[in-house]
Design a protein around this ligand. Structure first.
Ligand SMILES: CSC[C@H]1O[C@@H](n2cnc3c(O)ncnc32)[C@H](O)[C@@H]1O
Ligand SMILES: [Zn+2]
Length: 429
């Protein structure tokens, strides 16, 4: 057994208290052996003047969209997708997706994110990037059938199933999968009826964008005479392993349905604000005991992959939504970005405790904007950013040490992404 001792820091415990202590990791199993007063490890990672915390979990993203950062801004979802994003995504090759996903993975590691959920196409290329980066991920092929004939639509659904079956367990088990119809309005109900049971047979969760904008909800209600999540449940969606992205426009009955079915919600506050999609009822979801995680969404609607930004935005916008400054408090925001997101994705991480996956970030507290240290949970929610992360560890392996990413060649990743992004824009013209 090879062990890693993260030593000399303060530790964020699962109950959101902070104690001085160390963390001992079994690097062979990738699990935490002990927290607090621990025996010496074979190797050490210095956390002096630092906070040892669970790695952040980005529960909804499109990593390769890092290539499209700054390409199309200041539009609402529907026109942003149809006029800008889908046309350029139509010219992307698997090597572009690999390069974009590597850029997104690099940015994630630099910001203390250790696990994520990714919906995209050319998923084997995404998996390559995740594997090389050393991250943990749940991945899936985003199925879109709008504008396709029946054969093309079925082929896309089949690809969603194939990816879910074939990529499961990749990267030494760090990659798991889900079946991912894109949204309730971009896939056909009859096809959901055919393919959701197949996904259940494959024993994979189902992840879908839902209730993101009013422009999506209103026509669905007009056409089907029911709320989107009632419609989703009627087509076999919503279960304890399933999770929706956004959930911005939910009525009380839909919140109850999420709670009853055990379906998770990934709150994406920055994307919701940038696309002016709306303000999600996060405190109401938490009050109803719905499991809520946080996601950045893609870097083209955020425009970064720093989950610390989501923490802050979730706390801030949660108060606005509830008209209550005590809503979505600091601890609730930190919990959503760690244990909440991990629970939504079905990962045994997000908490620093014996037996949990050793997915860990060490935050450097030695800076003006994190002084004084009245309350470190408050700092995580309201003052810290990804730039404060000193070390990132996933599955017991050190991915970034003293801000040097060890698993990826940062310069090469950035150069490749820059040139592929430029070439893709040329092709899309
Ligand atoms: C077909 S793969 C996934 C698909 O989703 C698109 N996308 C990115 N952000 C959003 C969002 O906020 N709502 C809906 N769809 C989104 C992405 O560009 C890919 O085409
Ligand atoms: Zn999305």
């Amino acid at each position: 057994m090879t062990t890693l001792e993260i030593t000399g820091g303060q530790v964020l415990e699962p109950d959101m208290t902070v104690e001085h202590g160390d963390v001992l990791v079994d690097q062979d199993t990738g699990e935490i052996l002990a927290v607090g007063d621990v025996p010496a490890g074979d190797e050490t990672l210095d956390a002096t003047d630092g906070l040892v915390m669970p790695g952040l979990v980005n529960a909804h993203t499109h990593l390769a969209m890092a290539l499209l950062r700054g390409y199309a801004d200041d539009k609402p979802l529907d026109s942003w997708l149809r006029e800008d994003v889908w046309p350029i995504e139509g010219v992307l090759e698997p090597d572009d997706v690999r390069a974009g996903a590597a850029l997104g993975a690099l940015e994630s590691i630099e910001a203390g994110t250790t696990a994520l959920c990714d919906m995209y196409f050319d998923v084997p290329a995404v998996v390559d990037a995740v594997e090389q980066a050393g991250l943990r991920a749940r991945v899936g092929h985003g199925v879109v059938t709008v504008g396709k004939d029946r054969d093309e639509a079925s082929a896309d659904f089949e690809e969603g199933l194939t990816v879910a079956r074939e990529q499961a367990g990749a990267a030494d088990g760090r990659v798991s999968t889900a079946f991912m119809p894109h949204s309730l309005t971009t896939v056909d109900g009859a096809e959901l009826d055919e393919f959701v049971p197949k996904a259940r047979n494959a024993d994979v969760p189902i992840h879908i964008h839902a209730n993101e904008t009013r422009d999506e909800v209103t026509p669905l209600v007009d056409e089907h005479g029911e709320r989107p999540l009632e419609y989703a449940a009627g087509h076999g969606l919503l279960s304890p392993t399933d999770f929706i992205a956004h959930g911005t426009h939910l009525d009380a009955a839909e919140i109850e349905l999420l709670a009853e079915t055990g379906t998770g919600v990934v709150h994406c506050p920055a994307s919701n604000m940038k696309l002016a999609s709306g303000i999600a009822p996060v405190q109401e979801l938490l009050d109803a005991d719905v499991t809520v995680g946080l996601g950045t969404d893609g870097a083209a609607s955020n425009n970064d992959l720093d989950v610390f930004g989501e923490l802050r935005d979730a706390a801030m916008v949660g108060k606005l939504a509830a008209d209550d400054a005590s809503a979505v408090d600091a601890a609730a925001a930190v919990e959503m970005a760690t244990a909440g997101s991990a629970d939504v994705l079905g990962f045994d991480s997000g908490r620093l405790a014996e037996g949990k996956k050793a997915d860990i970030a060490v935050l450097d507290l030695d800076s003006a904007h994190l002084t004084p240290q009245h309350d470190l949970v408050s700092h995580l929610a309201y003052a810290a950013s990804g730039a404060d992360v000193r070390h990132t560890v996933c599955d017991g392996d050190v991915l970034m040490r003293d801000r040097e990413v060890l698993t990826l060649d940062a310069e090469q990743v950035r150069e490749e992404a820059e040139s592929r992004a430029t070439a893709a824009v040329e092709r899309a013209r």
